[in-house]
Design a protein. Sequence first.
Length: 330
Amino acid sequence: MPALARSRAGPLAQRLRGWISDPRLNAPGAVALGLICAAAPIGVRAALAGWLQSGAPFTFFFPALLVAALWGGPLGGLVALAAALAATPAVFLRGGTAASDLPVLAAFAVAGSVTVLIALFLRSTIRALVGAGEANVVLARELRHRVKNNIAVIDGLAAQTARSASDLPTFLEAFRARLFALASTQDLLAAADRRVRVDELVREVLSPFGGAGQIHLHGDGLAIAPEQVATFSLCVHELATNATKHGALAGAGGEVDVCWALGLEPSVGVFTWRERGARAAAPPERSGFGSRLLARGLDPSRGARLSFDEGGLSWRAEFPIVAASTTPHS
């Protein structure tokens, strides 16, 4: 029996919380509710007049004030209180207000105001709790989505790395480095509100690479969606790894210019990686995961341009953005 009662009370409690947190009442609706909540106790009290006689003229108003303030907000509560104060002398206090009745009315005004304030506090608390519950549901859904995405990315990363690795140690070295590049961006994703700043992402991925003054970062205030972070971080990591092994970061004299800027279209950014001071770059003898990743670019529909110049490797790719400003970040 108790379990049945809880099962019946659960939906009712949820519906009541929903009505309080989102009553959908406009100002006329709140005024009407306040007047109804003032009139209902008068009718109940009048029906019980033969039994109560002249006693308890205000008792029935307090539950009505709670209802008016909970569902009608400040306006509904104040209208109900004002209507109760206006109607009580004519209905219950012998058709008028005597001097001896003034303290009673004042006490009711104070007690009624406190009741309305308590109801408004409960209303705001319930709204905050409902909002927090909805936020937790959204957060849990987003967490499940990101976990599934990360598992899919790691699975694909392992498969692609295995195809281009000649032995297990080579696979482990490459796979761990790429996995750590993905992991380094998780703090940015956790703090992101549906967007991740490009400058923070690039700086995070490149933090383990290059000596003092070898990597130069500059660009506009662009932001990308969280779904793009994995591809972006992996591409930047592959560029930095290649530069460390074969390009400008392999020696003390090389430098890399990394730039991101707003493209010709307002929703498109352009990322460029340009090495200088390195020995002449040459295309790889065979196409591995990194080569295929860079050829695919930051946006598969736009691709990328990879060139091997005298001073080192250059790479240019376009990518979709979700926010942009011309304020430089370096």
